[in-house]
Design a protein around this ligand. Structure first.
Ligand SMILES: [Zn+2]
Length: 193
């Protein structure tokens, strides 16, 4: 077993030992809200937003972007599980600001090894064995993280599957302080209609 698997299983054994009455939790989020945020390892929505098990839906992807799949989850979140307010939370120093869709396609075409970054940008080691498949994907990169919050709130707001009464709030999490800063333009975009 890998060291990581051992660590995860040991942590899980501790969690099970202290699981308490969480087996009685209902499936619908008790606090009726959802968060769409980035997968960045420095972000812990349960901690930065004060969530306990059973409280809220947290949908995560690279960038916290309003991809078709994120919208799929949000629609399920309200339509079947009753959430009534949504947050879109991007963050400072997001990795999605460090490349473009074109760069990702090129990096994958060079090899499937992990790329490296320096002051001149991302570099592949070009060992071969790459693929052109990455050139067919919109990687939903970010050039301005305030603008990306506004755009994602707008995309969710204007989805015909999203009911007008759900407010959608836009925030940026500061990786240096842990603070959530509202992006007023995004929250205005996401106001109930
Ligand atoms: Zn990020």
């Amino acid at each position: 077993m890998s060291k990581i698997v051992e660590e995860v299983m040991a942590a899980n054994a501790d969690y099970v030992a202290n699981f308490g009455d969480k087996g009685d939790l209902a499936m619908p989020p008790a606090r009726h809200f959802a968060i769409l945020t980035c997968m960045d390892a420095r972000l812990d929505p349960a901690k930065y937003a004060g969530l306990a098990e059973g409280d809220a839906h947290v949908i995560r992807n690279a960038g916290g972007r309003a991809s078709d799949d994120a919208i799929r989850s949000l629609v399920i979140s309200y339509k079947l599980l009753g959430t009534k307010e949504w947050f879109v939370i991007h963050h400072t120093d997001c990795g999605m600001e460090t490349f473009t869709t074109e760069i990702m396609g090129e990096l994958l075409s060079g090899s499937l090894k992990t790329a490296t970054i320096d002051e001149t940008g991302w570099h592949d080691n070009n060992e071969g064995g790459g693929t052109h498949h990455g050139k067919y994907i919109n990687w939903l990169t970010i050039s301005d993280n305030r603008q990306s919050v506004v755009e994602d709130v707008h995309r969710i707001r204007t989805s015909p599957m999203v009911p007008p009464e759900i407010p959608i709030y836009g925030y940026i999490y500061d990786c240096k302080t842990g603070e959530l800063a509202e992006i007023a333009e995004a929250t205005a975009e996401g106001r109930p209609r």
